[in-house]
Structures are given as C-alpha cells and as structure tokens.
Design a protein around this ligand. Structure first.
Ligand SMILES: [Zn+2]
Length: 131
C-alpha cells in the first residue's frame, strides 16, 4: 500500500509532492493533524500531531500491517533472493581469486598467498562456483 493509497483511504488533502494531511481516525480530530508522506523505498510515513501511535491510526483506518507491507515473500521468491546473493558472493570471490593469482605470480615462494589462494578456491567451491 502506497502513501497515496493511505491518503485516499483517509480522504486526505495534498500539501505537496508525496505529502498529505488528514483528520486522524484514532482521536477526535477537528482540524487535520495526521501527516502522511512517502518515505524512502516506497515506505509510508504517518505521524499524528495529536500523539496517536501509528498502529492505532492504522487500526482505526482499517489498514493492517500486511496491507502496509504487502504479502510476505513466497518460498520461491526467498529461494531466488538467496540464489542472487550466492551468485553475487561468487562474483566477488572469483574477482578476489583472480587478484590473488596475479599477485601470487609475482611472489612465487610466498606461503601466505598460496594459503589465501586455496582458501578462496575452497570458499568458491562451497558456494557452487567453478574456479
Ligand atoms: Zn491522532
């Protein structure tokens, strides 16, 4: 649910881009004292200048947290997100492995670099990436 949806539900009037003011449904509000605005990343920011808690305002407006946040991600969406994270880790590890190999060539007898190369290779294999 966007800030515009919440504003429409509460018959708010716009006060600027992404901003509205409404009568607060959670207290006896004669002059509008509920600020509604768009926050970062599509979040809805509500503030009652009469002191009502956001949860009370939403409950009085008949809006659930689920309405506000959207449905939780499905198992398939969670799997896809986890796979994207692993792929990103593999990209970083491959870049690190390439850097370690290049540096290792310049310092052929360096035991610490050889160990680091082996560790990176192990991490990469553990994440299902080829070396
Ligand atoms: Zn209020």
């Amino acid at each position: 649910m966007t800030a515009a949806h919440v504003a429409a539900r509460l018959h708010a009037r716009p006060t600027g881009p992404g901003r509205w003011i409404a009568r607060c449904p959670a207290h006896d509000d004669r002059s509008p004292s509920l600020s509604i605005r768009e926050g970062r990343e599509g979040r809805v920011v509500i503030h009652c200048f009469g002191g009502c808690a956001s949860a009370a305002v939403l409950a009085a407006a008949g809006i659930s947290w689920r309405d506000m946040l959207g449905a939780p991600p499905t198992a398939e969406q969670r799997r896809a997100a986890a796979e994207r994270r692993r792929a990103e880790e593999r990209r970083w590890l491959r870049a690190l492995a390439r850097a370690v190999i290049v540096i290792g060539r310049r310092h052929p007898g360096h035991a610490g670099l050889a160990r680091l190369r082996d560790e990176v290779a192990r991490d990469l294999r553990a994440r299902g990436g080829a070396e």
